[in-house]
Design a binder for this molecule. Structure first.
Ligand code: GUN
Length: 286
């Protein structure tokens, strides 16, 4: 039996349509949700991500403003820019593309973004709110994963959930979101002993490692839901996830790479920008 393929592309398309009509309503009331994207330096991957974010905004009627700084602009120039964007009434979301070039204090920058405009949900206030379970924004990738789990009617409550990876952007918040849904959550990382054994317990297995083939078929419980968050570049240049060939023969549900979590991450940024615009303009977001 082959797994049901979780179609992130189609789900994202449907959600984008919903967001587009909600944006249109706000615009009719005189508010154009606006995202400011800051890119520092010329990292090619970051460039692609930023361009994609701008295209996504345009498709939904969200305005995007790009602020590009040279890699050697310096911490204080970047901090000044973030302060200016925080102060602008016509900017609702502020996103600083990561990673920043060497020499920048990334944490200081993330701490500086107005939490009300923090569409990445990386500010400590928003992280704390996620821990407590009373958040306005969620980080885009875990939010996208939860939306896919809901879309495919996958039950979380009382089930074994294993998250492989403990990054602040994906693994940690992912574990918290599954916990909020009453999953029994185990977070694995590079020092985990018996990774295969732990993964085999999972009814829902989320892999966010970034290593080709790290999840092999023997690590998957038959019928499990496998969410592959990684986007790795294979030696032939194609994009692949963490799952080795054969995992989809054991799993009950699986996200493809590309076309699984990636499009959902993108759409969640649009959702967060819309939420920020509503909250800042008092148009009822919470
Ligand atoms: N770089 C890679 N992923 C992300 C993300 O989700 N947000 C930001 N700001 N930078 C990133």
């Amino acid at each position: 039996m082959s797994a049901v393929i979780i179609d992130g592309k189609a789900t994202a398309k449907r959600l984008r349509k919903e967001i587009k009509s909600e944006v249109a309503e706000l615009r009719a009331g005189g508010i154009t949700p606006t995202l400011a994207v800051v890119i520092v330096g010329d990292d090619p991957a970051s460039r692609v991500y930023v361009t994609n974010k701008e295209k996504d905004c345009e498709k939904c009627g969200i305005a995007s403003l790009e602020f590009a700084l040279d890699a050697d602009a310096g911490q204080s120039k970047l901090e000044t820019l973030v302060g200016e964007l925080n102060a602008r009434d016509d900017v609702h979301g502020v996103l600083v593309q990561l990673p920043l070039p060497k020499g920048y204090d990334e944490r200081r920058i993330l701490d500086l973004i107005d939490p009300r405009k923090d569409v990445d949900a990386f500010h400590p206030l928003n992280v704390g709110r996620i821990v407590r379970g009373d958040y306005a924004f969620l980080p885009c990738t875990p939010a996208g994963v939860m939306a896919l789990i809901d879309e495919y009617g996958i039950e979380v409550e009382g089930r074994e959930c294993v998250v492989v990876g403990r990054s602040n952007i994906v693994g940690k918040p992912m574990s918290l979101l599954l916990l909020h849904r009453n999953g029994t959550v185990t977070t694995c990382h590079s020092r985990t002993k018996n990774l295969a054994e732990v993964c085999r317990r999972a009814d829902i297995l989320v892999s966010a490692v970034g290593k080709i083939g790290v999840i092999t078929p023997d690590m998957v419980k038959p019928g499990a839901c496998v969410i592959d968050v990684a986007i790795n570049t294979a030696p032939d240049g194609s994009l692949v996830g963490d799952c080795a060939d054969g995992v989809s023969e054991v799993a009950g549900f699986i996200t493809p790479v590309p076309g699984g979590v990636g499009p959902m991450t993108r759409v969640m940024l649009l959702r967060n920008t819309l939420t920020a615009a509503r909250l800042l303009c008092g148009a009822g977001g919470e």
